[in-house]
Design a protein around this ligand. Structure first.
Ligand SMILES: *Cc1c(COP(=O)(O)O)cnc(C)c1O
Length: 411
């Protein structure tokens, strides 16, 4: 996608708008596949919550990928997109037993991360194969908001509870067909990840009917030039070797699964917004865009960095700007950032806007959620229309009130 292509998208579909490059998604998918090409049966389950547009799910399906889901609604979206239920894994946290049963009925692989739920589900459905989510208590990354492996995390069954887990499995006679972990969102150090994997291998030895081991995700993608990223190729080499050793000891080959979200779609996405106003204060030049955290909340919520390029004036002189939104709250996308000189009306392109961007958008300030466009085979395809005023009112129920008459005071 060139700057010209992107500008043409805003001409055709307006701003703000999300644009995803299908080629980049396919590239990342194949990169992960190739890194693990020594594994006989590799499964890549795309984490739907990163970007859940049905056309993206269809694209993943066409690449041969399955889905990782966290709600019955995501499961239904996946099935609607034509994904085989056997290629969908459901990894909820804190949902009701009823929802888990509903998903199991759809033929989807259940992954349970809580002993109480495991016991209840096992007692009622001993014949439904279940995967268990282990918390190895290893921190993969540095950001506590996105690390889910520490001791007090609400995710997974603590590795220290293995004796109780085994007792529940034995008492219910249930069939454990997979072991899973997902330690957090940023693997900065492959050795740490491998250490967590050892805990998974160790746990796996307790179960005789395993069909797969699922190593979750946490692949870090670069957010700016030179930014650290997970070395997938190195991880592929080291983990594959270790996995094959495990299989040999286990007695047969099983499936190795991953469930990347960010890795597959983050870099494919650009968020395009128009600069409404330039405002100078005593110390700062603000560029105010036609958006806010209602459309892209990551910078405010996680403090995440998104590169910003002025695609209307890419060769302009570099100047310092604070890029802010139009929401009646502090909504700073970037502080004191070097960007090619901005004029009102210019289009800014935010990088890494594929994952956790549109999927976390809201209607705050009664603004419409943006359109989504898929750039595929050299052409822009609209995959979600921009919302309209009718969408804002949809599902709202209006109550009629009598207008109180002003009291007339007697003279
Ligand atoms: C969110 C999530 C993922 C995807 O994480 P990324 O950092 O986007 O790759 C994978 N597995 C589970 C269980 C998740 O909750």
């Amino acid at each position: 996608m060139t700057n010209k292509d992107l500008l043409a998208v805003t001409e055709e579909f307006g701003s703000p708008v999300y644009v995803y490059d299908s080629e980049k998604i396919a590239f990342q998918y194949n990169r992960l596949k190739n890194a693990f090409n020594k594994i006989k049966d590799l499964r890549i389950h795309y984490a739907v919550k990163a970007l859940s547009n049905i056309s993206i799910l269809k694209l993943i399906n066409s690449l041969g990928g399955g889905l990782d889901t966290v709600s019955v609604q995501e499961v239904k979206l996946g099935l609607k997109a034509g994904v085989d239920p056997q290629k969908i894994i459901y990894t909820p946290n804190g949902v009701s037993l009823e929802e888990i049963e509903e998903v199991a009925k759809l033929g989807v692989q259940i992954n349970i991360d809580n002993l109480s739920v495991l016991e209840q589900f096992g007692a009622r459905h001993p014949n439904t194969p279940v995967c268990i989510r282990i918390n190895p208590h290893i921190l993969a990354g540095g950001n506590s908001k996105i690390s889910v492996g520490h001791v007090d995390s609400k995710f997974g069954i603590s590795i220290h509870q293995m004796p109780l887990l085994l007792r529940i499995v034995e008492n219910t006679g249930m069939n454990i067909n997979g072991i899973h972990m997902h330690t957090g969102s940023d693997i900065l150090d492959i050795e740490v990840f491998l250490r967590a994997s050892e805990i998974l291998f160790d746990a796996a030895k307790n179960f005789k009917n395993l069909e797969f081991l699922d190593f979750g995700s946490g692949f870090k993608v670069p957010y700016s030039e030179g930014d650290i990223q997970t070395d997938i190729e190195e991880l592929g080499e080291k983990l594959s070797k270790r996995f094959k050793d495990f299989c040999k000891n286990y007695g047969r080959e099983i499936t190795l699964a991953f469930e990347p979200g960010k890795f597959l779609v983050s870099e494919s996405g650009k968020f395009l917004a128009k600069v409404n106003v330039i405002k100078q204060t005593t110390s700062t030049v603000f560029a105010g865009i036609d958006s806010g955290f209602n459309h892209l909340i990551r910078p405010m919520f996680y403090g995440s960095h998104h590169d910003i390029h002025n695609i209307s004036n890419p060769k302009g002189k570099q100047r310092f700007y604070s890029v802010v939104g139009y929401i009646c709250e502090t909504d700073t996308f970037a502080n004191n950032r070097k960007i090619a000189e901005i004029a009102e009306g210019d289009i800014l392109a935010f990088s890494n806007a594929g994952a956790y961007s549109f999927s976390m958008a809201s209607n705050f300030n009664s603004r419409y959620r943006p359109a989504e466009v898929l750039w595929h085979n050299g052409k822009a395809h609209l995959i979600r229309e921009r919302e309209t005023f009718e969408d804002l009112l949809k599902h709202q129920v209006e109550i009629e009130f009598e207008i109180a008459k002003p009291e007339v005071s007697e003279q």
